[in-house]
Design a protein around this ligand. Structure first.
Ligand code: IFM
Length: 792
C-alpha cells in the first residue's frame, strides 16, 4: 500500500484522516480535560484513566501484550442476519464498505458504511465533567428499513497497575458492578482498601441515553474463550442484566433499534467518575444521579463538545502561519502544539506502548513547560511551583516524582535536572514580563525549608558550582540529559561537557534575569561563575575538529577522534552554539562536523560510530544495540537543538532542512508506513539509525521532549518571533527557495502580524517605522495590533 492510502491531512479542519485501520501500530489521539484522560487509536483501541494511570486506571489496555491495541471503546452493531460490525473496524473486524478514522485536537471520530447503513462514532472528554463521551450517530439512507442491536462495551480495570498485576487474582473479590435503572448506568465500585488515597477512589459509571439490557461482567460478555471480535453475548442479541460482586469487571450497554428508510438516530454514552466512592458513597451516588440526565441529553453533549472545541481553538489560535510547504505548516500550527499539551499532561509516561507508571520526569517536565510558556505562561508557572517542591535545599532536584500518587520521588543524582529550572523560569519571565513570581516562596523537597523562587534558582546554580570535576567541568553524576552517559562516570569522577554548555546557557539567562529584576549582587556572582566555566570550556572542550562530549572517570575525553566508538556526539556541537562558547570558526566547524559524520537523510544521529554491545563488549556503553536509542539512533530530541543552532548561526536553509527531514509525514514518505510504523501527526523520540537492520523504525511517539523543542524551535527560531526580557526579537529564517512567509502570533496581549520577505537586505519595520533589525523591539513600542515587516 502507498503512504497516501493510509492517511491524509485536512488542514482547514485540523484533522488527520486515517483511511486504513490496519496501521503498523496504533496511531493514537489523546482526549483529556486535564483530569479525565483517554487515548484512542485509529482502530478503536483505547485506554481511559483518571488523574494518574498508575493508580486510577479505569479501563484495561494491553500496552505490551498481543494482540495489540485493545481493549478499547467498543461499539458492536448486530444486524438482523447476525452480522456484527464496528464503526471503528475493530473489534468486530468486519470488512466495511467505507471507513475512515479522524483524529482532531481533543476529538476522534470513526465513520463507516456497511451494507447501506452509515455509522459515526465521536469520542471526546467533557471539559466540565470527568467523563469520556461517546456519540453514536446511525443513519439509514438505504431503501429498506433496518433492525439492529447496538452494543457499547468497555473492560474495566482494578485501578492500581502494580496491585492488579501482582494481586489481581485476589483483589477481584473486592469489586462490584451493578445497574442504576433511573440513570441507565452500570456502576463500578472497586473497594480494595490499599489505595494510596482512599478518599478519592471514584465510583465509575458507564451510562447510555437509551438502554434495553446491560451486563457488568467480562466473562459473561465475552464468554468462555470468547474474543473481543466476537463476544458470546452479542450473538444472543441481548445482555443478561447481571452485575458481579467478584470477577472481571466490564460495562456493556445494549439498545435495539429500527431505522426506517432515510431515518437517523443517535445514542449517547458516558464513561465517567465521581470521587469519594468509599468514604462518601451516598454523596457520590447522588452527584452521578444528578449529573447524568443533563449530561446525556443532546444539549448536554452538544455543549460539552462545543466547549472542548473552544478550548483547543483558543489554545491553537495563538499562533498561525502561512508557509510554502503545507507539511511544515500543519506541524507548526496544529500538531506540535497538540503534542506539547500531551507532554505537559503526561510527561514521558503513557502511550500505546508505555503503561503510564513512571511518574513525572523532572528534566522532562521542565522542558515540556518551556514550550507551554509561550501560549500559557499561567500553566507553566503552576507547574514550576510544583516542580520546585522536588528541589532539595542544596539545589539539586529529584529525577522523577509522583505528585498524584504521592509515592516517594526518585532522588538519583544527575548533573542536569536542576539546571532546567532556571530555563523554565526564564521562559515564564520573557512571556509575562512580570518579575513578581521570582519573589514567591516555595518549600524545598523535605519541607524543612522554603525560599523565594529566585533563591531556588540560585541554589540550582550553586549545586553545579559545587560539583565540578578536575577540569572544572560539571560532574556527570548519574547522567546529564542523556540517560546513558553515566556509563563514563561510574566512579563519580566523569565530567559532562553537555552539562557545562547547559550551565553556561543557564548562567547567561540567570544573569539577564538578575539584571532585569535588579539583583546586582547576584549578577556579579553569576558573572564570575560564567567566566570560570567558559574559561574551563576553552581549556578542554575542543577536540581539534569538533566539541568533545566529556571526560570519563580517568580523565580521558569522550567523543574524541581518539575514541574507537562514539567519536563525535551531536549535542556538544549544537549546545556550544546555544551557549555562545568558543569562536565563530569553532562553532561553524562543530556544526559542519555534525553534518559530515552524523547526518542521514532522515536526520542526525546522536553519535557515531555506535558502541558495540553484548556479547562483543563485556562492559558496553549501554545495552542498546548500535543504531538504537542513545547508542546512535537519529535522536529527534537532540536534532531540535541542532536546528536551533543552525538558525542562530543564520543558516536558514540548513535549519529548515533539518526540521523538514524530521517532520513525521516526510519520514514516512522516506521509509514507508510499515518501516517507520509510528503516527504521522506526532513527534517521536528517535528513529533507529542506519547501523541497525531496522533503520527507519520510529520509537517513543508522542511522549518525548522532541515535541516541546520542535515547537519552540519552529516558532521562535525558524519563524523567528522570540520574546526576550526587554523586547521582542524578530529573526525569521527564510530559506533561499522561499520568497517569504507570514506569521500571526499573540504575545503579552499584543497581536503580531509578521511578513517575512527575502529581499537580499536586512530591514525591519514596525507599524511603518524603520527599526534596527539587530535589536529586539522594545515591548513599549508594541501596540495591540502590530504589522511587522522583516526582510532578509
Ligand atoms: O533526556 C532523556 C529523557 O529524560 C528520557 N528519555 C531519553 C532522553 C535522552 O536520554
Amino acid at each position: 500500500m502507498q503512504t497516501m492510502d493510509y492517511f491524509e491531512f485536512l488542514d482547514q479542519e485540523r484533522a488527520l484522516i486515517i483511511k486504513e485501520p490496519r496501521c503498523p501500530q496504533p496511531w493514537i489521539n489523546y482526549l483529556s480535560n486535564g483530569r479525565m484522560h483517554a487515548f484512542v487509536s485509529q482502530a478503536g483501541g483505547g485506554f481511559a484513566w483518571w488523574k494518574s494511570a498508575t493508580v486510577y486506571r479505569l479501563t484495561r489496555y494491553r500496552q505490551h501484550l498481543a494482540p495489540m491495541d485493545g481493549p478499547g471503546f467498543y461499539i458492536y452493531l448486530r444486524e438482523e442476519d447476525g452480522t456484527v460490525w464496528s464503526p471503528s473496524w475493530r473489534p468486530a473486524e468486519t470488512e466495511l464498505d467505507k471507513w475512515k478514522a479522524i483524529h482532531r485536537p481533543g476529538i476522534s471520530s470513526f465513520e463507516a458504511t456497511y451494507n447501506g447503513l452509515h455509522a459515526q462514532l465521536d469520542l471526546w472528554v467533557a471539559p466540565d465533567h470527568d467523563a469520556l463521551l461517546w456519540e453514536l450517530k446511525l443513519s439509514n439512507p438505504s431503501n429498506r428499513s433496518r433492525k439492529l442491536d447496538a452494543f457499547a462495551y468497555v473492560e474495566l480495570s482494578q485501578m492500581q497497575w502494580t496491585d492488579e498485576f501482582n494481586w489481581g487474582y485476589y483483589i477481584k473479590y473486592m469489586l462490584r458492578t451493578d445497574y442504576d435503572e433511573a440513570t441507565r448506568s452500570v456502576r463500578y465500585l472497586f473497594h480494595h482498601q490499599s489505595h494510596p488515597n482512599i478518599s478519592e477512589v471514584p465510583l465509575v459509571y458507564f451510562a447510555g441515553s437509551e438502554v434495553d439490557t446491560w451486563c457488568g461482567s467480562r466473562e459473561d460478555f465475552l464468554g468462555s474463550y470468547g474474543s473481543e471480535s466476537c463476544p458470546k453475548a452479542i450473538s444472543k442479541g441481548n445482555l443478561n442484566n447481571r452485575g458481579i460482586s467478584c470477577g472481571e469487571p466490564a460495562a456493556a450497554l445494549h439498545r435495539q433499534l429500527c431505522l426506517e428508510t432515510g431515518q437517523s438516530h443517535s445514542l449517547r454514552f458516558a464513561l465517567g467518575v465521581e470521587p469519594g466512592a468509599l468514604l462518601e458513597p451516598e454523596r457520590c451516588k447522588q452527584a452521578i444521579d444528578g449529573l447524568l440526565p443533563t449530561l446525556l441529553s443532546k444539549e448536554g453533549f452538544d455543549e460539552q463538545r462545543e466547549r472542548c472545541e473552544k478550548w483547543w481553538t483558543t489554545h491553537l489560535e495563538k499562533l498561525s502561519c502561512s508557509l510554502p510547504e503545507p507539511e511544515l505548516q500543519r506541524m507548526i500550527e496544529t500538531w506540535s502544539p497538540v503534542n506539547t499539551v500531551t507532554t505537559a499532561r503526561f510527561s514521558r509516561s503513557v502511550n500505546a506502548t508505555a503503561p503510564g507508571i513512571r511518574g513525572i520526569g523532572f528534566r522532562d517536565t521542565c522542558q515540556d513547560m518551556i514550550a507551554i510558556a509561550y501560549r500559557r505562561p499561567d500553566w507553566a508557572l503552576d507547574k514550576l511551583r510544583s516542580l520546585l517542591t522536588e528541589q532539595h535545599a542544596d539545589g539539586r532536584a529529584n529525577h522523577t516524582s509522583y505528585p498524584i500518587e504521592k509515592s516517594p520521588s526518585n532522588e538519583s543524582l544527575h548533573s542536569d535536572n536542576h539546571l532546567w529550572l532556571p530555563m523554565l523560569a526564564h521562559a515564564i519571565a520573557v512571556e509575562t514580563g512580570d518579575p513578581g513570581f521570582l519573589e514567591e516562596t516555595a518549600s524545598f523537597y523535605t519541607n524543612k525549608e522554603s525560599a523565594t523562587i529566585w533563591e531556588h534558582l540560585m541554589r540550582a546554580l550553586r549545586f553545579t558550582e559545587s560539583h565540578l570535576g578536575s577540569h572544572n567541568i560539571p560532574l556527570t553524576l548519574r547522567s546529564d540529559w542523556n540517560d546513558i552517559i553515566g556509563k563514563f562516570s561510574k566512579a563519580g569522577r566523569g565530567e559532562s561537557l553537555f552539562a557545562s554548555f547547559q550551565y553556561v546557557y543557564v548562567l547567561r539567562q540567570m544573569l539577564a534575569l538578575a539584571q532585569w529584576s535588579g539583583r546586582n549582587d547576584d549578577a556579579d556572582t553569576i558573572r564570575e561563575w560564567l567566566h570560570k566555566q567558559t574559561t574551563a570550556l576553552d581549556a578542554c572542550a575542543w577536540d581539534g575538529g569538533w566539541w568533545r562530549r566529556g571526560f570519563d572517570d580517568n580523565g580521558a575525553p569522550v567523543g574524541s577522534r581518539s575514541s574507537p566508538f562514539g567519536k563525535i556526539f551531536l549535542n556538544p556541537q549544537s549546545w556550544a552554539v546555544l551557549a555562545r562558547v568558543g569562536s565563530r570558526e569553532q562553532q561553524e566547524a562543530g556544526m559542519a562536523a555534525a553534518a559530515e559524520h552524523l547526518l542521514t537523510d532522515a536526520g542526525l544521529k546522536i553519535l557515531s560510530p555506535g558502541f558495540k554491545t553484548w556479547p562483543e563488549e563485556s562492559n558496553p556503553f549501554s545495552g542498546y544495540g548500535p543504531g538504537t536509542g542513545e547508542n546512535g539512533a537519529i535522536f529527534c530530541h537532540a536534532n531540535t537543538w541542532t536546528i536551533m543552532a543552525e538558525a542562530l548561526l543564520g543558516h536558514a536553509d540548513t535549519a529548515w532542512e533539518y526540521f523538514r527531514r524530521l517532520v513525521p509525514e516526510n519520514v514516512i514518505h522516506r521509509f514507508g508506513v510499515n518501516t517507520y510504523g509510528a503516527d504521522p501527526h506526532a513527534w517521536l523520540s528517535n528513529i533507529v539509525g542506519p547501523e541497525n537492520t531496522r533503520f527507519g523504525w520510529g520509537n517513543v511517539v508522542h511522549i518525548t521532549g522532541t515535541a516541546a523543542w520542535m515547537d519552540i524551535v519552529a516558532t521562535q527560531y525558524l519563524l523567528g518571533i522570540r520574546s526576550e526580557l526587554t523586547g521582542l526579537r524578530i529573526d525569521p529564517q527564510i530559506p533561499t527557495h522561499w520568497t517569504g512567509f507570514t506569521v500571526r502570533r499573540q504575545v503579552r496581549g499584543h497581536w503580531i502580524h509578521l511578513k517575512a520577505k527575502r529581499s537580499g537586505h536586512q530591514r525591519l519595520q514596525l507599524n511603518g517605522h524603520i527599526m534596527d533589525p539587530s535589536q529586539s523591539i522594545p515591548w513599549q513600542r508594541l501596540a495591540a495590533e502590530n504589522e511587522i515587516v522583516a526582510e532578509m
